[in-house]
Write a protein that binds this ligand. Structure first.
Ligand code: ADP
Ligand code: NI
Length: 218
């Protein structure tokens, strides 16, 4: 199979797996992550096939979306072999998709990612901040019946992996402090950091405006 044929097959597989989800993980998220990864790939010498394959597949076996992530990882493995990926390429892609999450980054020994993995992680995180990030947080919060904001519930800004995973009582605004405002400092590549800084400021301005309106100061 040619590179283009492999990528088309991966895109189709991802589309089929992702199109039914209503929590901000729709295929449009995947397409934005791909576009951003392509932009970063222009500046970084990573393997484009591994990077884009992992970007297309990064949420397919997410344990927030499927009840049996291990079974989906098996399915991805078989699929990649069926389009001529070597054992080594399959392992590289699965290592990335398995290890890029925010909660894994909070563990004591966060997994080390290859440059391809760092690009996918940056691209995924860039889609969680800025105007798109604000929209996704509101959309997710609505789908999970979160309160918009409660000034009496303080954000828990310092959390380890287990605490983050067991959050309850989350408000949409707290999600900014507990995750979204931390992402800029966690970017791996200079290209992503530069994009992130602009989106970060946009969120800070949004939060100022939101709180001023909440207190009827504006
Ligand atoms: P991803 O790794 O693709 O960013 P997540 O499953 O972590 O996916 O989250 C999907 C989207 O929903 C992200 O934009 C994220 O910021 C947002 N989100 C996740 N948890 C919450 C929450 N508790 N409240 C509001 N938004 C959330
Ligand atoms: Ni994602």
């Amino acid at each position: 199979m040619t590179y283009d044929e492999q990528l088309t097959a991966i895109k189709d597989f991802s589309f089929q797996k992702m199109s039914g989800d209503a929590t901000g993980h729709n295929f449009d998220h995947i397409q934005r992550v791909i576009k951003t990864a392509q932009r970063i790939l222009k500046e970084e010498p990573a393997d484009p096939l591994i990077t884009l394959a992992a970007a297309y597949l990064h949420d397919v076996a997410d344990d927030k979306l499927v009840s049996d992530p291990a079974a989906l990882e098996q399915e991805i493995k078989q699929f990649l072999h069926s389009i001529d990926f070597s054992e080594e390429q399959v392992n590289e892609v699965l290592y990335i998709t398995h290890n890029l999450s925010f909660s894994k980054s909070l563990s004591k020994n966060p997994p080390k990612l290859s440059l391809a993995g760092q690009i996918v992680q940056d691209s995924d995180r860039l889609d969680a901040i800025g105007a798109i990030g604000i929209t996704r947080a509101v959309y997710y919060g609505g789908a999970h019946s979160e309160t918009i904001y409660d000034p009496n519930i303080q954000p828990r800004e310092k959390m380890n992996k287990a605490e983050y995973r067991n959050l309850n009582n989350e408000t949409i605004i707290n999600h900014f402090y507990e995750k979204l405002l931390k992402l800029t400092a966690m970017m791996n590549t200079p290209t992503a950091k530069k994009i992130a800084e602009k989106r970060h400021q946009y969120m800070l301005d949004f939060l100022d405006e939101f709180k001023a309106e909440w207190d009827a100061e504006k």
